[in-house]
Design a binder for this molecule. Structure first.
Ligand code: CTP
Length: 400
């Protein structure tokens, strides 16, 4: 299950770091790609060459390594890992993380990693007296509250000759923990999500189109979140400036009718459909092959586009169908009507007039309306966080 997973292994300067070599070997054996970051003190215990030989990758240990292609090695390393593991984690690194100190590569990488995006496991290792120090105990509690996973040190013989709590969890135990944490984040494995995003453009002539303010951010955030949790994602998007998230099947479209065609083609593949797209309800009756020249007042006739979601609603079978409602008044009533008309399981209602909600923001404020008539209002949050909340609800309420 670790095949192709990118694991960032941080090693700090404790005697248990000799076990990090075995840990790296086990991870690599399970198919993981292991990228090691060592502190200077770790290098006093174990050689970077050993770690390089075991992982097949150069070891990073400096914020300012000219061999690295960019000057932001800490950000580059924090961007993509599926999991971060610091083993051993000394009292020093725990203290730095708690206090927000970033004075070397590892502490800086750890500051740039988001625990909501990828699990971070810390495997402390130290003498019992140090572990019982109120500062260390407090740091561990704080880090747990912030979402870090702490592998509780074990009882046993310590390097200093004492017997007590403080031994790092053995490599085999840490490997199991890595697998558990990755499995927990892959709770959507086996499910195919069809997600539509962005606006559509309805062409008038080669120079002009009708569209709306949708940025695509909500749909892309949902696609990214579903992918991160192991789902297979088909993302069908109107024109946006966003990069499609890695690992999704991406189908760019322009008009509502193009979106309709591809949605209908892929429909049967999906277990869950989420329609965040702001589909243009109308298009010009005529699309002119040449640029229209200005003259007197221009009267254009707009004709209706297909209502993609409504059509899916008539043929959805077992598909769990989620719509979005963009409203400016009577939010809940209008959303409820759309839910019934389009035969939805869940509708996410947006008030476009609220500060921090709707199009072109990184945040959103929504209410979730369920089939049984219940309503759940969520506070302002980032579209990434909201995506996870919506996926949690889908997971809970969808019948297999
Ligand atoms: N939708 C769709 N096809 C359309 C219009 C909307 O699939 N032609 C979907 C949207 O993707 C969204 C939901 O229907 O999930 C509601 O879209 P919204 O624009 O809020 O409402 P409309 O149904 O277009 O109704 P109105 O514009 O009258 O509010």
């Amino acid at each position: 299950m670790l095949k192709n997973k990118l694991i960032l292994l941080g090693i700090t300067g404790g005697i248990a770091s000799y076990k990090s070599a075995e840990l790296a070997r086990l991870l690599v054996k399970e198919g993981a790609n292991v990228q090691v970051v060592m502190t200077r003190n770790a290098e006093a215990f174990i050689s970077p060459l050993t770690m390089r030989a075991l992982t097949g990758h150069p070891v990073y240990n400096s914020l300012f390594d000219p061999a690295h292609g960019t000057a932001t090695v800490h950000i580059d390393l924090a961007r993509d890992p599926d999991l971060v593991l610091v083993a051993p984690a000394t009292a020093n690194i725990l203290g730095k993380m708690t206090a927000g100190i970033a004075d070397d590569l590892l502490s800086t990488v750890l500051m740039a990693v988001k625990t909501t995006k990828c699990p971070v496991i810390l495997a402390p290792s130290m003498n019992t007296a140090m572990l019982q120090n109120p500062a260390v105990r407090n740091n561990i509690n704080v880090l747990r509250k912030r979402g870090f996973i702490v592998a509780d040190p074990l009882e046993g013989n310590l390097a200093c000759g004492d017997v007590g709590k403080g031994r790092m969890v053995e490599p085999a135990g840490l490997l199991e923990l890595v697998k558990e944490e990755l499995a927990a984040r892959e709770d959507l494995q086996g499910l195919t999500f069809l997600i539509t995003a962005g606006p559509t453009r309805e062409s008038l002539d080669p120079a002009r189109f009708f569209s709306n303010y949708s940025s695509g951010r909500m749909g892309y955030a949902l696609a990214r979140a579903a992918r991160e949790r192991g789902g297979h994602v088909i993302l069908i998007s109107g024109p946006t400036v966003l990069e499609p998230p890695s690992g999704v099947d991406f189908f760019p479209v322009v008009s509502a009718r193009e979106m309709y065609d591809i949605v209908m083609e892929k429909l049967t593949l999906a277990h869950i459909i989420i329609k965040t797209a702001a589909v243009a309800d109308y298009r010009p009756e005529e699309t002119f092959p040449q640029k229209l020249k200005k003259g007197d007042d221009l009267i254009l006739k707009l004709v209706r586009n297909p209502d993609i979601l409504k059509e899916i609603g008539t043929k959805k079978g077992k598909i769990y169908l989620v719509g979005f409602a963009a409203e400016t008044e009577n939010i809940l009533d209008n959303a409820r009507k759309k839910m019934e008309e389009k035969n939805l399981d869940l509708i996410v209602a947006n008030d476009l007039c609220q500060e921090g909600a709707g199009f072109n923001h990184d945040t959103n404020i929504v209410s979730l309306l369920y089939k049984d008539g219940s309503v759940e209002s969520l506070p302002l949050m980032s579209k990434d966080e909201l995506s996870h909340q919506i996926l949690d609800r889908i997971k809970k309420f969808r019948k297999k």
